[in-house]
Design a protein around this ligand. Structure first.
Ligand code: ADP
Ligand code: SF4
Length: 691
């Protein structure tokens, strides 16, 4: 297949100072929780994107000095020459496929507590360190400190060249970098030439750009990554005011602009809060004030939207972090004339979440992300079948669909059956909840892939019993039958069922998704899950006119969504909908017409009218498994060689986990996996001590 000529523009080369990107696809810097701790994983992950056709592949944030030590976070490190080989490895992997490698130099200034390096933190002013409320202060940099900082930055740019990079990204974004701290009025009230007027507050960043251009700009592209709006009104940078003025003042200085909004919670908004291309209105002025190429992000996954952004003169390069994670082969699929194969990012921020608690990142849509080296998984390829075995998968949720897709790709003969009239399981149910419609892409991508496979059959409205399974004639059975929300309040906090949480007073999220509703009036959502479901239930019921109170034993609504960068957005939305928030409260009794809650610290009780919606935990739908497992003779007589549970039926978790388990089943069901071994590659670091 050849590419559609209307997408030709995406494949035009772009000159970035002395280097040229082969196309307009720019994988912007993105953290991934692998970095310096799991460098092989990081290198293979970046190389995969180059193989998939991205023109420029950037690193995550790369910390270039011990005074900007990001412990406990896992980023790349570039403190001295000993860190060169790891990043050189990435450059090699990227260059192998003709892409440019870019290194993002970062120092998080007053944010970092330097817990590992024990250096005294530094910033524009004396200020308490911001990350984790760490009990230390950043000290105000004097001119000598600024000179030293500029030297460290310059040296790091030279090291970047040594490592083999083609571009250096000079970073002033996310309210998280030293130059952005210097730029922000609220962080910088210095009285010297680095404080006061915009020109003065911008001086520090300008000097870093000039230093970088001077040191390596003759051979490397120097990219300015700059947030033009902090989405906090006049208290921060606004694109109409200082954001625009700042770009105008440096318009022709860098070789390329990479512009976005700040902070990270706003830059990487989930689909629950922002649609594709949502940053355009903040950044569209940039191309009018500079002749240099401009890139921006906005979760672009549609080639038509990308072409439109270029044709309308908003950007020259399509920046992408999440779309490149969900589909490292996005550019190649467009180039090969098969855009319908794009695995579109659903905007859930599971990738960000794992990074945010310092674990290797993973992706809901792309189960091979982070497994390229560790498990040798490829997002587009999988080894062919090893036998003529037939596989029956029961349940077409994310686990069943992914297992069927991957087994189908391997060439196996697969039957996928689901009781419901629509495929997708929880993904179909949950994507019908307020603002989660993009999640349906998990289903739609897989259905689209399965459709042309003649070796995969999908049967809907087919509730399978143990008899059906025994009679079916498949040698391998995977039960992907999902899980069901409890209605009795048991979960993290309550270890025994709530008295009264039955007899029509308690409605689980599954009840609500089935269209069942409490009597009109008031309702208490008890969120002991802390991810999205509690807040989504509150949002849905409030928008339907219920008077909603949300009780949580935590201090914040949906506390885990701090990791997905959504917590503030969620709580703000619930408050706007009039939801009452009862933090540090646990439901202790359900009585006729009202719910009793107890403060987890004081033991004082409060009551609210209405019914209960407990969002606490799910139980696997594994009756079928246990029934079959209890009859080994019948299984053997039916020729069934393996019976496995996958996805939520095995361990209720995220949709990402279900997709991963589906892929894992397809990869491993015909191999011998050592149950006592580690199921992936690891490395032992060379030790100076020990032995
Ligand atoms: P997962 O996240 O693990 O993929 P889901 O809950 O999303 O799980 O999907 C489970 C699917 O299994 C649902 O669509 C449900 O209708 C289906 N299912 C459950 N039990 C049976 C059964 N006995 N026969 C056919 N389909 C079933
Ligand atoms: Fe997109 Fe979610 Fe994958 Fe991140 S985890 S790339 S947001 S689908």
């Amino acid at each position: 297949m050849t590419r559609d000529p209307r997408y030709d523009i995406l494949f035009e080369p772009v000159q970035i100072g002395p280097v040229t990107s082969k196309n307009r696809f720019y994988q912007v810097p993105h953290c991934n929780g692998m970095g310096r701790v799991y460098p092989d994983s990081m290198i293979a992950m970046r190389g995969m994107k180059a193989e998939g056709g991205w023109g420029i592949i950037a690193t995550e944030q790369v910390d270039f000095h011990p005074t900007g030590d990001v412990t406990p976070y896992t980023e790349a490190r570039f403190w001295d020459d000993r860190d060169v080989p790891m990043l050189a490895g990435m450059c090699n992997a990227v260059h192998e496929h003709g892409a440019l490698a870019a290194l993002e130099l970062v120092h998080n200034g007053q944010d970092t507590g330097n817990a590992y390096s024990r250096e005294v933190p530094i910033g524009p002013m004396h200020r308490p360190v911001s990350w984790n409320n760490h009990p230390v202060q950043a000290r105000a940099m004097d001119r000598e400190d600024i000179r030293a900082y500029r030297r460290w930055h310059r040296n790091a740019a030279v090291r970047a060249k040594k490592a083999g990079f083609d571009c250096v990204v000079v970073y002033a974004g996310h309210d998280g970098a030293m130059p952005s701290h210097f730029l922000a009025r609220r962080h910088n009230q210095r009285m010297d030439e680095y404080g006061g007027s915009l020109e003065n507050r911008l001086r520090f960043y300008r000097e870093l750009l000039e230093d970088t251009l001077d040191a390596v700009g003759d051979t490397m592209g120097v990219i300015a990554r700059f947030a033009v709006d902090e989405m906090m009104g006049p208290d921060g940078l606004e694109w109409e005011n200082e954001g625009k003025d700042a770009i105008e003042m440096m318009a022709e200085l860098p070789h390329m602009w990479d512009v976005n909004v700040s902070d990270w919670n706003n830059d990487s908004m989930t689909s629950r809060f922002a649609p594709e291309a949502y940053q355009e209105r903040y950044v569209e002025f940039v191309k009018q004030v500079t002749t240099k190429p401009v890139a921006s992000v906005g979760r672009y996954t549609s080639p038509d939207t990308m072409v439109s952004a270029i044709r309308r003169g908003i950007v020259d390069l399509i920046g992408a972090a999440r779309p490149s994670i969900a589909d490292p082969f996005l550019p190649r699929k467009i180039e090969e004339g098969r855009p319908e194969d794009i695995r579109e990012c659903i905007g859930c921020n599971i990738c960000a979440a794992w990074n945010n608690f310092s674990a290797p990142s993973r992706c809901t849509q792309n189960p091979s992300f982070g497994e390229e080296w560790r498990k040798g998984w490829h997002p587009e390829k999988i080894r062919p079948k090893e036998s003529e075995a037939k596989i029956l998968i029961v349940g077409a949720g994310p686990a069943g669909l992914e297992a069927a897709r991957a087994l189908g790709q391997r060439g196996y003969s697969v039957t996928l059956a689901d009781a419901r009239s629509v495929a997708g399981g929880r993904v179909s149910r949950e994507s019908a909840l307020p603002n989660l419609n993009a999640w349906a892409r998990v289903r739609d991508y897989r259905l689209g892939q399965i459709k042309p496979m003649t070796n995969v059959e999908l049967y809907l409205k087919s509730t399978l019993t143990q008899e059906h399974i025994l009679e079916f004639g498949a040698e391998h059975i995977a039960l992907a039958t999902g899980a069901t929300w409890r209605r009795d309040g048991v979960g993290r906090t309550l270890r025994a069922a709530l008295s009264g949480a039955d007899s029509g007073r308690s409605f689980s999220p599954d009840d609500i998704m089935d269209g069942i509703r409490p009597p009109k009036g008031s309702v208490v959502v008890f969120d002991d899950d802390h991810y999205y479901m509690g807040s989504v239930m509150a949002e849905l019921l409030a928008s339907e006119g219920y008077k909603v109170a949300l009780a949580t034993p935590e201090l914040q609504v949906a506390s885990w969504t701090e990791y997905t960068l959504e917590q503030g957005h969620i709580e703000r939305r619930l408050l706007a909908l009039g939801v009452e928030i009862l933090a540090r409260h646990v439901v202790t009794r359900v009585e006729q017409g009202h719910i009793v809650m107890t403060n987890t610290l004081t033991g004082e009780t409060v009551e609210r009218d209405g019914a209960l919606v407990p969002v606490t935990m799910r139980l696997p739908n594994d009756d079928l498994y246990h029934a079959l497992q209890a009859m080994p003779d019948k299984l053997a007589a039916a020729g069934i060689r393996s019976l496995r549970r996958i996805g939520d039926c095995f361990g209720p978790a995220t949709i990402a986990a279900a997709v991963y388990e589906g892929r894992r089943y397809a990869e491993e069901f015909d191999t011998i996996v050592d149950p006592d071994g580690v199921p992936f590659k690891t490395v032992t670091h060379q030790l100076e001590m020990g032995g």
